[in-house]
Design a protein around this ligand. Structure first.
Ligand code: PMP
Length: 425
């Protein structure tokens, strides 16, 4: 390990390092790697944890006697709503259990807001000249592409260790009625791993907004996805907003995509009972009810909220070593060089790697040519534009541990090579 910052090297030493790293990179390319750290998917071993689902449900009726094979029950099975209400710290009547994707629920809400307006809207959002959203960055790429697809303009604010920069958000939304909402991933955010503090949540819930129908899309995708025994508790945004006189401001989302099966889990929406009625009213125009067979098998599989938490411990046992390995390799290979910073997340699915400004695209390109697929640089920013070309999102859950090691060794080589190229001019 060379612990001297690259920026402090003499021109000769830098040239020597560049030669050394170029050689290491050429060697890497001859290895024919085929590794992928792009998407935050569960590994096959994690999916196996839920294979009992494939033999459930054991019957056709839930505890209230509903025949789950039939139509109906738009808000989802009562027992599953109650189980996840407990896990998300909300009331059962505030929860809808839906299909397999919370992202679809987010899209439903946005499209309904566009076409019809919300419970507190003066008119449909599509009748406004401009609709803007506040986007904490770096953030979840699909949030941004969803807004882009609907023509919503995006204003960025920095994501900090305790969540979005709440003062920056408050300043933006105070006098601009075109700003209709914001994204928040409150727990173990994608990709920074940040968890929103109680203070930030309270500020976002209470801040005055020029738009009377300002919405917080509170995407709690990683609410239960702890990587350590210290389990972050998500702030109770629905109560905070209600207490501040903005009961309809937050709409919360979550799912079991990374708890059971990513393609066949259950998604949840939670909000004020008026918002829930609004959502179901629109949903009911296109659906007679969700897949209650899937919902019942989830009820049987977990048994209780405790059962969900216990199940998450088994996920942690599989993926925590992969995150530890990412940190180990980065620390050993990049520590002290002054070419990168990264986080060691306490939960969620990602590691946020910030490389020397101006080199992220180059790192991703170099890694790609050496057979290591990384998420395209800039993906965690609206319109895929990272103004500093510095941010790279790493997703280590899917590959087996030895591949994580191999991929990270390669990434480290690419980070140093790109930095040396840049500094050498
Ligand atoms: N929100 C966030 C922040 C995510 O990272 C993901 C998955 N990558 C999703 C939502 C997708 O959720 P679902 O599978 O429930 O559609």
């Amino acid at each position: 390990m060379n612990a001297q910052p690259l920026a402090d090297l003499s021109p000769d030493d830098l040239a020597a390092l560049l030669d050394e790293k170029r050689a290491a990179y050429e060697d890497l390319k001859t290895r024919g790697l085929k590794l992928d750290l792009t998407r935050g998917k569960p590994s096959a071993e994690q999916l196996d944890l839920s294979d009992a689902l494939l033999r459930l449900p054991s019957g056709t009726r839930d505890s209230s006697g509903t025949d789950v094979r039939n139509y109906g029950g738009l808000a989802g099975l009562t027992e599953l709503r109650a189980m996840f209400a407990e896990l998300l710290w909300v009331e059962p009547e505030q929860v809808v259990a839906g299909g397999n994707s919370s992202l679809s629920m987010m899209r439903d809400c946005l499209v309904d807001l566009m076409l019809f307006g919300g419970v507190d809207s003066e008119r449909p959002w599509s009748q406004e000249e401009t609709v803007r959203f506040v986007c904490p960055v770096p953030g979840y790429d699909r949030h941004f592409t969803l807004l882009e697809s609907l023509g919503v303009e995006m204003l960025t604010v920095p994501m900090r260790k305790d969540g979005p920069d709440a003062e920056a958000v408050a300043a933006l939304v105070a006098d601009d009625p075109t700003i209709k909402g914001m994204w928040v991933v409150p727990t173990y955010a994608n990709p920074t791993g940040a968890t929103v503090s109680q203070e930030v949540a309270a500020r976002l819930a209470a801040m005055p907004a020029a738009a009377p129908d300002f919405k917080i899309f509170w995407d709690n995708a990683y609410a239960l996805h702890h990587l350590t025994e210290e389990e972050a508790k998500s702030a109770d945004i629905l109560s905070l907003a209600a207490a501040a006189g903005h009961p309809h401001r937050p709409i919360m989302f979550a799912s079991t995509s990374k708890i059971t099966f990513a393609g066949a889990g259950v998604a949840f929406l939670a909000a004020s009972t008026d918002n829930v009625a609004w959502y179901l009213d629109h949903l009911g125009k296109g659906s007679i009810g969700p897949d209650k067979v899937n919902q019942l098998r989830h009820v049987e599989f977990f048994g209780s909220a405790r059962g969900v938490r216990d199940h998450m411990v088994r996920h942690r046992e599989i993926i925590a070593p992969k995150f530890a390995e990412v940190d180990r390799v980065l620390t050993e290979r990049l520590g002290g060089l002054g070419v990168a910073t990264w986080n060691n997340p306490q939960g969620g699915y990602f590691v946020n790697l910030d490389v020397l400004p101006g080199t992220a695209s180059r790192v991703v390109e170099l890694a790609g040519e050496a057979g290591v697929a990384l998420t395209p640089a800039g993906s965690s920013f609206p319109l895929k534009q990272d103004p500093d070309d510095t941010n790279i999102r790493l997703a280590p859950t899917m590959p087996p541990l030895d591949e994580v090691t191999e991929a990270m060794e390669a990434v480290a080589t690419c980070v140093v090579l790109a930095a040396a190229e840049k500094l050498a001019g």
